[in-house]
Design a protein around this ligand. Structure first.
Ligand code: FES
Ligand code: FES
Length: 159
């Protein structure tokens, strides 16, 4: 049964009418037209659909919209905040990290969760965070370079 659900997305309040069990990604893409979040496996195993929920990376394909109610949702559209471009987005461009680009929204959001809690992660920590993210193009080396570059940018900014 549908009901009114209040969401806080990218710093703004939105109210949608949806079944509480609807996967969050459908609400983001179909109701709110936030098309940056990508649908891949639909089963929580490819990382394509990752968004931030209270700063933590979650898979929006297997998270019911009701679980996001009253919490802070960040999608790729809001990642840069007022600055517009997040260091990760800049670093991915600088390193030309993508090939087809399909996985990149999820990868960037997963990396944002990591850098949010640990701005200077080790190589092992980056690899561990990215475990869930499948890149069908195999652009992993460039993705790793871009995340390291973003980490350096964030560290310099903090100096
Ligand atoms: S589409 Fe959500 S993890 Fe693959
Ligand atoms: S760049 Fe194509 S799937 Fe990752």
């Amino acid at each position: 049964m549908t009901q009114s659900i209040e969401l806080n997305i990218n710093g703004a309040r939105s109210v949608v009418t949806a079944d509480p069990g609807t996967p969050l990604i459908y609400v983001l893409r179909n109701d709110l037209k936030l098309k940056g979040t990508r649908f891949g496996c639909g089963a929580g195993v490819c990382g394509c659909c990752t968004v931030l929920l209270d700063g933590r990376g979650i898979q929006s394909c297997n998270t019911p919209v009701s679980a996001a109610q009253g919490r802070e949702i960040t999608t790729i559209e809001g990642l840069g905040g007022k600055a517009g471009t997040h260091p990760l987005q800049q670093a991915f461009v600088d390193e030309q990290a993508g090939q087809c680009g399909y996985c990149l929204t999820g990868v960037v959001m997963g990396a944002a969760a990591l850098l949010g809690r640990n701005p200077s992660p080790t190589e092992a920590e980056i690899r561990s965070e990215l475990d869930i993210h499948l890149c069908r193009c195999g652009a992993y080396d460039r993705i790793l370079r871009a995340i390291r570059r973003a980490s350096e940018m964030i560290s310099k900014r903090g100096e």
